[in-house]
Design a protein around this ligand. Sequence first.
Ligand code: FAD
Ligand code: MLT
Ligand code: ZN
Length: 474
Amino acid sequence: AAGNRVPCRFPFSRVSKQDLAFFENLLPGRTIVDPDVLMTHNVDWMKSVRGSSELLLRPQTTEEVSKILKYCCERRLAVNPQGGNTGLVGGSVPVYDEIILSTSLMNQILSFDQVSGIITCQAGCVLENLSNYLEERDFIMPLDLGAKGSCQIGGNVATNAGGLRLLRYGSLRGTVLGLEVVLASGKILNFLTALRKDNTGYDLKQLFIGSEGTLGIITAVSILCPRRPRAVNVAFLGCSSYKKLLETFQCCRGMLGEILSAFEFLDSACMKLLEKHLKLINPIAENSFYIVIETAGSNADHDKEKLHNFLEAVMASFLVTDGTVATEDAKIKALWSIRERVTEALTHDGYTYKYDISLPLEKIYQLVEDMREYLGDKAKNVVGYGHVGDGNLHLNITSHSKDQALQEAIEPYVYEWTARYRGSISAEHGLGLKKRNYIHFSKHPEAVALMKDIKHMLDPHRILNPYKTLPDQG
Ligand code: FAD
Ligand code: MLT
Ligand code: ZN
């Protein structure tokens, strides 16, 4: 499809010996040219896009990031910001020879306020490390996702990652209270406030949340964290139809109310891939749909009673046909891994075409069924899973190997389908390289034009993550 064509290289400078000498002087031992190290930074998590950068920089401080960008801006050298490199739209790796600026060594926690629950840290902190730090202090991060062991908070903010807890704690647009950002010019913007309320002018940090490294490099973040719930329960349930799954969701919201912390789903095709490729065992009877419900509250007896009443109601009304509940950590983790590891299972099924769609709830599974019928045996598997409680479907299609004809059958069909119901063609993964040219299916031309104006104002030489997020034309 035309939208997937790789753009022509912009006329950036190429890294010279003098440039290398500058960087080695600024970042001794952290200016990497070793091809073996560069190889892993040039390819994305899905191994679907590959760049050819010959230089990796590992700053430790904001001042170093600022000096790098000031120099690169003056020299017209392109820069690809990189966190944990778990992004799913090809945004985290270079397209050509952009310099990779990795935040991995910017991993210090700067402060934590035990009363307000506000943590302030450098952008390179790994999400799981932050979660562990907070849990020891009776708090949790307001976001959680399958990539927690590798993804970094700066990358999470740059993609406005959603994840498994958004239903309860909301998006990073609400929980991120402050940011420190370095602009393409090297200018440092310090919005690192830790205030819950601040209506003094435009909320500039929002520009950088979800900007995928195209407007500035996030160097530090402050986030509002919830208290660690004293009681957590997970229910893994089976439903025979999507209609029943939605009725279960309605009932669940009504009966679990404020203790509901996640409502996720996967279909039977996902379960088959988990069994086949990862040897996971389905803990309940075979079904068309599986739901993961999590409750998080402060009173174990109260939560248990609520969950029990809910389960009785959905079983009695035949909305749910089978289920299992976990209260202890190991079983909770095991049930969650069935949902979290679908992404990994898919990587073993061949080449994956990944779509991350927001739709009205009642339309979500219709897209999967329609796609299955429309593609017939052109596709190996068509599966649906995701954050159904947030109206976010992950539609994934696999083929034995990369297949241009299949991709052209899917795109723009899937985007047209989504636009028909005023959905979003990227609910949480961003646009990166892969989806940039499809932005028009979700945004009006006036909005795209304003985005381009903002980009031009903040990064007139387009050195920051070029070829990403904004469309090539229009
Ligand atoms: P990277 O992949 O390194 O970068 C992502 C983008 O952000 C790139 O465009 C990069 O240039 C930019 N960037 C990175 N760091 C910075 C910075 N400091 N400043 C400016 N720009 C920066 N996403 C969800 O929303 N919900 C999920 O549930 C979810 N689950 C996932 C599960 C798995 C197994 C995997 C592999 C991915 C998942 N993702 C999910 C994708 C998600 O985008 C990333 O996991 C995460 O948010 C990216 O963080 P990262 O540090 O790996 O960033
Ligand atoms: C998820 O919810 O599992 C992630 O967004 C990753 C994916 O879409 O596969
Ligand atoms: Zn997701």
